[in-house]
Design a protein around this ligand. Structure first.
Ligand SMILES: NC(=O)c1ccc[n+]([C@@H]2O[C@H](COP(=O)([O-])OP(=O)(O)OC[C@H]3O[C@@H](n4cnc5c(N)ncnc54)[C@H](OP(=O)(O)O)[C@@H]3O)[C@@H](O)[C@H]2O)c1
Length: 227
């Protein structure tokens, strides 16, 4: 895709509509809540439009709901928050609606067994790379992999103390996502490399889940030395 410095000409950051595919789930509702609190217009997406509308009403804060296709079509920027098992199929079905848009992938290819969580091998190298391979006309960025849905949805928390690693090949897109993250109370977006480095960011989630189980917490990451 051609490099552009102005991805959404004439639009202010907070005027962007953020759609969330799989937005009825734990991560999607949490991100939707935080983004709406930060001032973005949010559309929750679902395979079932009626379910999206009722989930949106439950979250409140001006959030609306639509089926995933309408959500992707009406949004400027779209977060993918579906399970890894349905990642490829979901993206393939939305390829046209997502063309020309920034797509934020927070999907962690993860397995669980008696030993806990572990990262799954992905033929393309990462969920992010798989997404970009399918969405050739979109700007795919990985972010929000490490933030717990439980914290995101906890309305007693005014802010979430965490850094969000932002990964992708297209600098205007990663810059935009960092700016967006910075609007969410407590969060800081940090550029963490190109797409070829997305796999270990996704995989690190298995370490965080191990910490959560051992220490009964919702662990996140803070990077030192970046001001
Ligand atoms: N949970 C966390 O703390 C967390 C943290 C960081 C990243 N993530 C990542 O975020 C993603 C979503 O996590 P989650 O915990 O929110 O998952 P989830 O609740 O299991 O699923 C999210 C939504 O995906 C949709 N979905 C389920 N199966 C589907 C299928 N076969 N095809 C299409 N859509 C399907 C469902 O929405 P509809 O039924 O309404 O379509 C569901 O509400 C995961 O990939 C995960 O790795 C999660």
């Amino acid at each position: 895709m051609t490099e552009t410095t102005e991805l959404y000409p004439g639009k202010e950051l907070k005027a962007l509509t953020v759609g969330i595919i799989g937005g009825t789930g734990a991560q999607g509702t949490g991100l939707g809540y935080r983004l709406a609190k930060a001032g973005f217009k949010v559309i929750i997406g679902s395979r079932d439009g009626a379910k999206a509308v009722s989930t949106a009403a439950e979250i409140g804060n001006g959030i609306t709901g639509a089926d995933n296709t309408e959500c992707a079509a009406k949004s400027d920027l779209v977060i993918i928050a579906v399970p890894w098992d349905s990642h490829k199929e979901s993206l393939t079905s939305l390829k046209n609606e997502l063309a020309g848009k920034v797509v934020i992938d927070c999907v962690n290819p993860m397995g669980f067994d008696a030993g806990g969580a572990f990262p799954l091998a992905v033929a393309e190298g990462s969920a992010c790379a798989q997404a970009q391979g399918i969405l050739a006309e979109s700007y795919v960025v990985t972010a929000f992999n490490h933030v717990s849905a439980v914290l995101l949805s906890d309305q007693s928390l005014a802010e979430i103390d965490i850094d969000i690693m932002v990964v992708g090949d297209h600098k205007p897109a990663t810059d935009l996502v960092q700016q967006m993250v910075d609007q969410i109370a407590g969060m800081r977006g940090i550029y963490a490399g190109k797409m070829r480095n997305a796999g270990q960011v996704e995989a690190l989630t298995a370490n965080l889940i191990s910490m959560n189980r051992r220490y009964k917490t919702h662990a996140g990451v803070r990077v030192i030395g970046v001001n």
